[in-house]
Design a protein around this ligand. Structure first.
Ligand code: DGL
Length: 282
């Protein structure tokens, strides 16, 4: 019986999976988009839960983690990787381009394009590492130099999501504090610059004005991925296999948390990533 534990995606008759990765359950907001836009694609999901949050990591560490994950995914025979993590997209995508035998897509450019199309006064909420990189500001202003961008780091949001504290009253207070400078700037558009944050959608939307436009970069990244699969003749026409979930931390904790968004309790494997020769300065 196929219980999802025996690398079902790499059997020879099945089309290769798309690999997606995040530090934790943030990637589920991207997975949801893949299910919606690419229902025939099988997915290999990796959550680097032993090392989250990525937002507090240095650029060197993030680049090392991304290389490790992509090396493992290459070994697993993925046909494409969609980075389901803005921090990795901001700090590592340019550096690794061309190093792996499959296309690797990130969230920043598609998110910036969607934001620049819709808004003029754009707020970006993201991890501290993403904000420090100024990746969204640069990408948005490269597309439309008349757009104004305000980026706010929200370091408490990832622990809130990973510890399932969405409904705590303190979460509302935290969100209101983070959003305050964006409301003062009278933004018309908010970018979810971290894949964990759409999980906080109802909390954020209850605070912000009704007319606010919301950009989830996953929607545009997955659409770009679909186009690239077509261009490369890699789109699957067979029904998708069950998503294979792998994590670096506790499989049970990930399954307990993910059930809320997946609607079922997934089978999850704990895996150990290969060490690479080059280590970052920690
Ligand atoms: N969800 C990821 C992102 O989009 C990483 C969050 C974190 O681990 O800090 O940036």
């Amino acid at each position: 019986m196929n219980n999802g534990l025996n690398h079902p995606l790499s059997t020879s008759k099945q089309p290769a999976p798309i690999g997606i990765f995040d530090s934790g359950v943030g990637g589920l907001t991207v997975l949801r988009e893949i299910y919606r836009q690419l229902p025939n694609e099988s997915v290999l999901y990796f959550g680097d839960t032993a090392r989250l949050p990525y937002g507090a990591r240095s650029p060197e560490e993030i680049l090392y983690f991304v290389r490790q994950i992509l090396t493992w995914m290459a070994d697993r025979g993925v046909k494409m990787v969609m980075m389901a993590c803005n921090t990795s997209s901001a700090l590592a995508l340019d550096q690794i381009q061309g190093d792996f035998p499959f296309p690797v897509l990130g969230l920043i450019r598609p998110g910036a394009q969607a934001a620049a199309l819709r808004g003029k006064r754009i707020g970006v909420i993201a991890t501290q590492a993403t904000v420090a990189s100024r990746a969204y500001t640069c990408a948005i202003q490269e597309i439309d130099s008349t757009c104004q961008v305000w980026e706010v780091g929200c370091p408490k949001f990832v622990p809130i999501v990973e510890q399932n504290r969405l409904r705590d009253s303190s979460t509302k207070v935290t969100a209101a504090t983070y959003l305050q400078p964006l409301m003062a700037a009278e933004i018309d558009t908010l970018v979810y610059g971290c894949t964990h944050y759409p999980h906080l959608k109802s909390v954020l939307q209850a605070i912000l004005p009704n007319a606010m436009q919301y950009i989830d970069p996953a929607i545009s990244m997955v659409a770009a991925g679909a186009q690239e699969l077509d261009a490369l003749g890699l789109r699957s026409s067979l029904p998708a296999q069950a998503t294979e979930f792998c994590v670096s931390g506790s499989a049970i904790e990930f399954a307990n948390l993910a059930v809320r968004w997946l609607g079922h309790r997934p089978a999850v494997n704990q895996i150990y990533l290969p060490e690479l020769a080059v280590r970052p300065k920690l």
